[in-house]
Design a protein around this ligand. Structure first.
Ligand SMILES: NC(=O)c1ccc[n+]([C@@H]2O[C@H](COP(=O)([O-])OP(=O)(O)OC[C@H]3O[C@@H](n4cnc5c(N)ncnc54)[C@H](OP(=O)(O)O)[C@@H]3O)[C@@H](O)[C@H]2O)c1
Length: 334
């Protein structure tokens, strides 16, 4: 039974906007030994997610908001260093809600044991982890792409988007990726072999979409919301499916989000637009995990990760997401 000292990052304020350093307090509180059913873990990676902006916003959502003074919620990957749970042994690597901290004693109920043979840990945080599962279930279950369908994915080069794009390609769809800047678009075109790409920072999205999808869009996997969602809605075809995965363009002003004026297109096209979170798919995670690991190890799934060193860089790293400065799954390595 050991008590050790660690670093925690706690929420200092919960106002709107892109969170800068003033939103966080660092503490160095001792970590208690694990109680019955718990494990104590040493964190190796902390996931940096757009959802953090939502978790720190004091409105009702799919999870209770993080309170001021609490350790910031985050997914993490850690190594078990003490165990009071017979499902986990010292030396096991686990993934789950660990918080932004260097060590923690956690209820092991919701921790998932990782198989180190599947892929490197950063990849298991990204395309083979939660963002990959999100892209996989959103695309297979909600979008259900058929051979020849025209599928559009925004945020296409990101952690969720790149998996959604590749799942749609395997289904035989014609896939169009939307991302910001030539580097990300080149990745989509040359590495993921998408059928067309749109650089929303430099192209006229509406004009380009008309050029590459003259007959319209069957499926839209939306990661960004805002103008892009509205533009694609205006071009949907009969029985189109739209998966509302995220709306990162709106997260800094959650009090006044921009709605899609073209929503009535859903009526004339008998289209569906459905939101989801991974909460809907918790029981099916083993299916996605196995499928994505198989594709990855066969060389059929590409996964991009972006690793920043040091918990002290947490605030700057989180901001990168909202300026498009990450390229692939963003995380802090400890
Ligand atoms: N529903 C769920 O269960 C679930 C789970 C995980 C994630 N998500 C959502 O999925 C989306 C992608 O998450 P991720 O973890 O994969 O992040 P990510 O795509 O790896 O990183 C975020 C990217 O968003 C783009 N972006 C930032 N501001 C933007 C803006 N104003 N307009 C358009 N694009 C913007 C940037 O790429 P560019 O350089 O291309 O602009 C940035 O790199 C987010 O909306 C997130 O909230 C949902």
């Amino acid at each position: 039974m050991t008590t050790s000292s660690a670093t925690q990052i706690r929420l200092a304020k919960n106002t709107p906007g892109i969170p800068d350093a003033s939103f966080w307090n660092f503490t160095h509180d001792p970590v208690e030994a694990p109680k019955e059913g718990e494990v104590k873990i040493k964190l190796h990676y902390i996931s940096i997610d757009p959802a953090m902006r939502g978790w720190m916003t004091p409105i009702r959502s799919y999870m209770p908001p993080v309170q001021i003074g609490e350790v910031m919620r985050a997914f993490g990957i850690g190594e078990v260093i003490e165990s009071k749970n017979n499902q986990f042994a010292v030396g096991d690597f686990v993934h789950g809600f660990t918080g932004v901290q260097t060590e923690a004693s956690l209820d092991a109920t919701f921790l998932r044991k990782l198989n180190l043979d599947d892929a490197p840990l950063d990849v298991q945080m990204g395309g083979l982890g939660w963002p990959g599962f999100t892209g996989y279930f959103g695309m297979t279950d909600i979008c259900n792409p058929q051979p020849g369908d025209v599928v559009v994915v925004s945020g296409a080069s990101g952690a969720v988007g790149e998996v959604a794009c590749q799942v749609a390609k395997y289904a035989g769809a014609y896939v169009i990726g939307i991302a910001g800047g030539e580097k990300k678009c080149a990745y989509l075109r040359d590495e993921l072999n998408l059928n067309a790409v749109i650089d929303y920072k430099n192209d006229d999205v509406k004009a380009k979409l008309k050029e590459v999808a003259p007959k319209g869009v069957d499926v839209y996997f939306d990661n960004v919301g805002g103008d892009t969602l509205n533009t694609v809605l205006g071009m949907i075809r009969y029985k189109a499916r739209i998966a509302v995965c995220g709306a990162i363009s709106q997260y800094a002003n959650m009090d006044k989000p921009q709605g899609p004026g073209n929503y009535m297109k859903l009526i004339s096209s008998s289209g569906t637009m459905r939101g989801f979170t991974m909460k809907d798919y918790l029981m099916q995670i083993p299916e996605a995990s196995q499928q994505l690991a198989t594709w990855y190890n066969e060389g059929q799934l590409k996964v991009q990760t972006h690793v920043v060193d040091g918990i002290e860089n947490f605030a700057d790293t989180l901001q990168m997401l909202f300026h498009g400065k990450n390229f692939g799954k963003l995380m802090v390595k400890l």
